[in-house]
Design a protein around this ligand. Structure first.
Ligand SMILES: *Cc1c(COP(=O)(O)O)cnc(C)c1O
Length: 422
């Protein structure tokens, strides 16, 4: 079994001790290297981030915050968390940062806890229009414990209807208004949302999980100057370890910190906190800013390519890293397209489009993102090629021979842009 340098020096020890797991790690690496990774929430994090994640910081209990821990021996992890907090504040121009949430969903649990009580009214983006599970899904704590009132996009232009948002806010007087989504290709007008929050006296919460990496790279406007609180994941465009983070105004610092610990979590995962700090340093470089710009350029090119193939880009295209594509013209559902693309070596996901006549399990659309392929170094010519491959996979991917042929072309393409070079 080969050793892989970025698994760290102990990979050969793992391979010797546990060949079952080592084999899976290697085949997952091979899958990431050879398929096209178009899931809008995925990326390839750096070997430096992986090294911090795989470090002995994983062994350390550190309940509490730097200088105020419930365990001894926290001198070293205190340094790591302090560096990370300072980097987050500097990168986002934020007054306060908390790096401890284990995930985006966990960060959101903390936000609800910091600003609301069970039963309170919260306004959030409707799930069928792109909102996240934690924005009020009936199966999620948010939908079970809160009175969630939804707003959506207009049917004609598929953009957030700020007039409807304001009317709904005036009618329901929410404690908090959430903006941000998992499948919204356009920019959000944070100034307008702030004005509505001020008018009704609501906390302005931005769930920036998807697009915070573009903010970090200064490629799109930041919600931080407007929002009371911004929660996000660190593993999407931001390209850090899997995890969550919260930044806020100083006046909310104590409430946020208490909501994360002891409100929601026990000990932070200090190896992940260190890896977040490493990613934040990477985000502050000109190279990352160039990357963030290219992610958007590529998403626009990919969406345009799919439109040329006869599909429809929801809201007329994209201003971010992701595009939502209405594929009804192709005659197959999102579910079937997802399956056929998967069989052809193209990893993407089915997705509801606004006012979708199909159920969420079937859908009329697909969602594609360019965070991962851009990290690989692909550019506009490759996006055109990928659009053609997706169109062929949707049309022909049911035929195993044709799917295999497309898979071969996908492998040729990805081989030219190696992920984690050997
Ligand atoms: C991805 C995402 C989350 C959840 O992040 P997890 O790390 O998967 O828990 C929350 N909100 C939005 C808008 C997201 O896109």
């Amino acid at each position: 079994m080969s050793t892989e340098p970025f698994f760290g020096p102990d990979f050969s020890a793992l391979a010797a001790q546990d060949p079952d797991i080592a084999a899976v790690l290697l085949s997952e690496l091979e899958r990431q290297r050879t398929n096209l990774q178009l899931i809008a929430s995925e990326n390839f994090t750096s070997p430096a981030v992986l090294a911090a994640l795989g470090s002995t910081l994983s062994n350390k209990y550190a309940e509490g915050y730097p200088g105020k821990r419930y365990y001894g021996g926290c001198e070293e992890v205190d340094k790591v968390e302090t560096i990370g907090i300072e980097r987050a504040k500097a990168l986002f121009g934020a007054e306060h940062a908390n790096l401890q949430p284990h995930s985006g969903a966990s960060a959101n649990v903390a936000v609800y806890q910091a600003f609301t009580k069970p039963g309170d009214t919260v306004l959030a983006m409707s799930l069928p229009h792109g909102g996240h599970l934690t924005h009020g899904a009936k199966v999620n704590f948010s939908g079970k414990w809160f009175n969630i009132v939804s707003y959506g996009v207009r049917q004609d232009n598929e953009l957030i209807d700020y007039d409807q948002l304001r009317d709904t806010a005036l009618e329901h007087k929410p404690k908090m208004i959430c903006s941000g989504a998992t499948a919204y290709p356009s920019l959000i007008d944070f100034e307008k949302v702030r004005a509505i929050c001020d008018e009704v006296g609501a906390i302005m919460w931005v769930d920036a999980a998807h697009f915070i990496g573009l903010v970090a790279g200064k490629a799109i406007p930041s919600p931080v100057p407007y929002a009371d609180v911004v929660s996000f994941t660190t593993h999407k465009v931001l390209r850090g370890p899997r995890g969550g983070m919260i930044v806020s105004k100083a006046e909310h610092a104590a409430a946020i910190d208490k909501a994360v610990f002891p409100g929601m979590q026990g000990g932070p995962i200090m190896s992940a906190v260190a890896a977040k700090a490493v990613a934040l340093k990477e985000c502050a470089t000109p190279a990352y800013q160039e990357y963030a710009k290219n992610v958007i350029t590529n998403a626009k090119a990919l969406a345009a390519g799919l439109v040329e193939e006869g599909m429809r880009a929801v809201s007329g295209g994209t201003q971010t890293h992701l595009a939502l594509i209405d594929i009804r013209n192709s005659g197959v559902s999102g579910k079937v397209a997802d399956q056929r693309c998967g069989d052809s070596g193209i990893t993407l996901n089915k997705n509801s489009i606004p006012y979708d006549p199909e159920s969420p399990a079937v859908t009329s659309g697909i969602r594609v993102g360019t965070a991962a392929t851009t990290t690989q170094g692909m550019g506009v010519p490759q996006m055109r090629e990928i659009a053609a491959l997706i169109a062929r996979a949707i049309k022909d991917g049911e035929d195993p021979a044709k799917a295999a042929a497309i898979r071969g072309e996908v492998h040729d393409l990805t081989a030219k842009f190696p992920v984690y070079p050997r």
